[in-house]
Design a protein around this ligand. Structure first.
Ligand code: FMN
Length: 414
């Protein structure tokens, strides 16, 4: 019986422990978490979601206050088209976060950044261009294109001096999405260095409809493998979603996957950005406490704990401070839902909005408890303290458990 440590992920002549910790916005996959993955010889991700607010919290900047001040006149206006990001400040915030993270990197692993296309930021193309290029400018090892088809993303950076030296990958949930991406990116003369194949059991947004349960990660990975082989394309595949033990990972590695991407197991580590009271909710969850719903204004289904404060919350949209999900015309599905409820309940002190949520605000405040399908198994990965709460793990412990465990076992701490 093999362990993950019997395998290596190869990029060119370099080898890595084939464990990638997936990006978790907003600052759930922190610098500290990514740095641990790199120190241990694997690959970690930071996220580029809402970096101005992350920077305010971590580096004492005042981006959110300043943006709100600039657009305060607009807060009661349902039309948010004037609320634009300053591209120079987006570049600054991205570079600060990436540079500060990369400066602290130790060990032989890599640090990538997760870039979601669905963060349309009221100016989809221009803001994405700045985010991608700034991450490259600041020395990130690689970029994982996420939450979107990214048909034009390679073109946004093809003239960047690091376009061919940085590792570039994409997350897909189907062969069709990969085929589209490759077709549209072919003109740049560059293939992705890796493809993360994310199945229906993942955390965060899902690349499936509400019929997600019909899909199977093994089947999707096998289909993509076959097609790549037929096309004589050699691109490392990295499955993700529901890989809970080292043995689950070995199963994929033995069938030709280059590495695995994992996230949920790391949500209950001290390096993760979730506050400890939220981590305890993850530990306590049973299978019935987790749902896939459609409250994300992005239009993608999202998996989360049913007890997430974000569900049903009817706060006033915060686009003047945040506004990361505004489409190119200043619209967000939450604004529409909020205004409908406002009209239906004139003068109400508190509104409840059930169909959509103000995702920027709630992700920023760790009130949208998105999680993978197997979150209900987290309680089996640690010990209970005397007061009944669960012991928070170290990222090193979880990483090494993935790396060395066998026989479907999970190593307990201590
Ligand atoms: C709390 C949480 C937040 C996530 N946020 C993002 C994100 O911002 N962008 C993204 O591409 N994937 C996101 N994901 C998906 C993970 O990166 C990863 O691919 C997936 O969760 C792996 O499956 P597992 O959690 O079952 O190990 C998130 C997952 C979790 C658990």
């Amino acid at each position: 019986m093999k362990s993950v440590d019997d395998f290596r992920l190869r990029f060119g002549s370099r080898e890595y422990v084939p464990i990638m910790i997936g990006g978790m916005g907003v600052d759930i996959s922190t610098s500290d978490l990514s740095l641990e993955a790199a120190r241990l010889g694997g690959i970690g991700h930071i996220s580029d979601a809402m970096l101005p607010t992350v920077s305010d919290r971590r580096y004492d900047t005042k981006y959110v206050r300043d943006k709100l001040k600039l657009y305060k006149y607009n807060v009661a206006n349902p039309n948010k088209s004037e609320v634009q990001f300053d591209l120079g400040l987006i570049a600054e915030a991205t570079q600060t976060h990436v540079r500060r993270t990369m400066e602290r990197k130790r060990g032989d692993g890599l640090i990538f950044i997760n870039c979601m296309e669905k963060l349309t930021m009221n100016s989809p193309k221009e803001t994405l261009r700045v985010r991608l290029r700034s991450a490259l400018d600041a020395g990130i090892d690689g970029i994982t294109l996420a939450a979107g088809l990214h048909l034009g993303s390679f073109a946004l950076i093809e003239d960047h001096p690091r376009f061919r030296d940085a590792k570039l990958g994409i997350i897909v949930s189907s062969l069709r999405a990969l085929q589209l991406f490759l077709k549209k990116s072919a003109r740049t003369g560059r293939l992705p260095d890796y493809v993360v194949v994310e199945g229906p059991l993942a955390g965060g947004h899902l690349g499936f409809g509400m019929d997600w349960a019909k899909y199977d990660l093994h089947a999707i990975v096998a289909e993509i493998h076959e097609w790549l082989a037929a096309e004589k394309l050699d691109i490392p595949l990295i499955p993700a979603g529901g890989i809970f033990t080292g043995s689950d990972a070995v199963d994929f590695l033995e069938h030709g996957s280059a590495a695995v991407q994992v996230a949920t197991r790391f949500t209950v580590t001290s390096e993760c950005g979730l506050p400890e009271d939220v981590q305890q909710e993850y530990f306590k969850a049973s299978e019935e406490d987790i749902e896939v719903n459609t409250i994300s204004p992005t239009g993608y289904p999202m998996r989360m704990l049913k007890s997430s404060p974000a569900i049903g919350s009817g706060i006033r949209p915060n686009c003047e401070a945040y506004g990361y999900l505004l489409d190119g015309n200043g619209n967000c599905a939450y604004i529409t839902s909020y205004n409908r409820e406002l009209l239906a309940h004139p003068g109400a002190k508190r509104l409840s909005v059930m169909d959509k949520t103000c995702l920027c605000t709630h992700m920023r405040n760790f009130d949208c408890w998105t999680c993978g399908h197997y979150t209900y198994r987290l309680k089996d990965t640690t010990r209970r303290r005397e007061d009944g709460s669960y012991e928070i793990l170290s990222a090193e412990h979880v990483f090494k458990d993935y790396q060395f465990s066998k026989d479907g076992k999970v190593m307990l701490p201590g």
